[in-house]
Design a protein around this ligand. Structure first.
Ligand code: ADP
Ligand code: MG
Length: 452
């Protein structure tokens, strides 16, 4: 923190120094640093950038603040206000009205409740929930491939914030919309001979004002900004302005920002200043749970074996999984028949055709043995050697994911092992895949060979 200039700042500075060691750094940065202090008649008035910071301070920090004040020689009157919201100030918006919110509405079905968690999206889910409750990470960036729930989680943050505070201005904007809004403001400015210079500036101001007057900006698919220099520059300034004001920002990207060609370094570093969380394709159990959840949301009954069937055959993205389930549901309605396995097989004939080739256990064992340069019979043997145990676990996990066989069946074909051995193997591989990048790659390449 730079050296204090006035006695007032001096006082607040020493209070801050007292508080700093008492709070987690992240809390200090989020809640204490943005406060503006005013000292008059021994009374400390703090202005928070928004209601969240104010409320947090009020419920978590008042007595700490009072004690710190006393030690610094002031009376213990502490008052916490939130900043008069700038857009309610007629001076800063024409006619005293709020600028329209940019972007589009939140999708009502994209809530936290409707989001099924599993090992590959739990971290992202937890981070999003945390932001919605405590606004602790800013910006929050969720990244991962298409159809994996990034937009869903982002909307869920928006819904949750609005539950707390209806009047909060939460804007969901796709990056494409941001670019279009900016370019159209720019075009108007350029074509605005008739407006004159100040008129054109007002047009650009309007654009900036509408984006900067939000309390929370949810900006989807920032990879769309790649290579678009002027839009990216505008985005950078928007980001800075909002962050400076303590507004919450949530972003999504289809990969790690530094892996997106055409994103500027300063943008990448801004995005990285908060928290980045990854979503990966869900595992088999989560996929089945998602199918069941979608059925429940549609008030339909989907038996477990049907959910498992869909989950086994559709693994590329949740969006496709949902599409596959809807196809089954549509056929069931059309025929006036309940959802069951034969109906699901019928409905998904074309979806499943490409992967319908039955993958056999022998095939899996042969492939895995080949890959690790051991013999298929080693996989079925009693050997506890590490060089055999790990490939055996991988083969079991692949069998679980890519065949319809039951756990006992799988155990049986690996040298008459118990089904709990299979469960443990599957679990172990799942854990390892999260921590061991190498093993994860091996698993993925084996799976992709099987899918051919
Ligand atoms: P992305 O933005 O990552 O491309 P979306 O958020 O649009 O993906 O998700 C695609 C579809 O899949 C949406 O209908 C969404 O509700 C659904 N979906 C994704 N992940 C989950 C999940 N974990 N639980 C329930 N539905 C999900
Ligand atoms: Mg999306």
């Amino acid at each position: 923190m730079p050296g204090p200039a006035s006695p007032k700042a001096d006082f607040w500075h020493s209070v801050c120094q007292e508080l700093k060691p008492l709070l987690a750094e992240e809390k200090y940065n989020t809640y204490i640093q943005p406060l503006e202090a005013q000292l008059s008649n021994g009374k400390l008035q703090l202005t928070a950038p928004n209601r969240f910071v104010r409320d947090w301070i009020k419920s978590n920090c008042l007595s700490l603040l009072r004690q710190a004040c006393e030690r610094s020689g002031a009376e213990a009157h502490v008052e916490v206000l939130d900043q008069p919201v700038p857009r309610r100030n007629p001076a800063s918006s024409q006619a005293g009205t709020l600028p329209p919110l940019p972007g589009s509405r939140l999708m009502p079905q994209f809530t936290f409740d409707a989001f099924v968690t599993g090992p590959t999206n739990q971290v992202a889910y937890d981070a999003a929930r945390h932001v919605a409750r405590h606004r602790a990470y800013n910006p929050l960036l969720i990244y991962g491939g298409v159809g994996l729930g990034k937009t869903h989680l982002m909307h869920a943050v928006g819904h949750q914030l609005l539950v707390g505070l209806r009047q909060l201005r939460v804007a969901y904007v796709h990056s494409d919309t941001f670019i279009n809004d900016y370019l159209s403001a720019l075009r108007k400015v350029r074509a605005s001979g008739t407006y004159g210079r100040s008129g054109s500036e007002a047009l650009m101001e309007q654009f900036k004002h509408s984006y900067r007057s939000v309390d929370t900006l949810l900006l989807d698919d920032v990879q769309f900004l790649a290579g678009k220099e002027s839009s990216q520059e505008q985005f950078y300034h928007t980001l800075n302005a909002l962050l400076q004001d303590g507004r919450q920002i949530v972003l999504t990207c289809d990969k790690l920002p530094r892996e997106v060609a055409g994103l500027e370094t300063r943008v990448i570093s801004r995005l990285g200043a908060g928290l980045m969380v990854n979503i990966e394709p869900p595992d088999l159990e989560t996929r089945a749970a998602i199918v069941l959840a979608k059925a429940e949301a549609a008030n339909a009954h989907c038996p477990g074996d049907v959910a498992m069937f869909i989950a086994k055959h559709i693994f590329s993205s949740v969006r496709e999984l949902e599409g596959a389930y809807r196809t089954v549901e549509a056929l069931s309605r059309f025929r006036g028949m309940p959802i069951d396995l034969p109906l699901a097989k019928q409905a998904l004939k074309s979806h499943v055709a490409s992967v319908a080739r039955r993958i056999t256990l022998e095939e899996i064992q042969k492939l895995v043995a080949n890959y690790f340069q051991i013999r298929p019979s080693d996989l079925r043997s009693a050997s506890r050697k590490r060089a055999i145990v790990r490939p055996r676990q991988i083969a079991m996990a692949l069998a679980r994911e890519h065949t319809d066989l039951s756990l006992p069946d799988i155990g049986e074909s690996f040298g008459g092992r118990d089904h709990t051995t299979v469960i443990n193997a599957v679990r172990r591989i799942q854990e390892l895949r999260e921590t061991d990048h190498n093993l994860d790659q091996q698993y993925k390449s084996l799976a992709s060979i099987l899918a051919q």
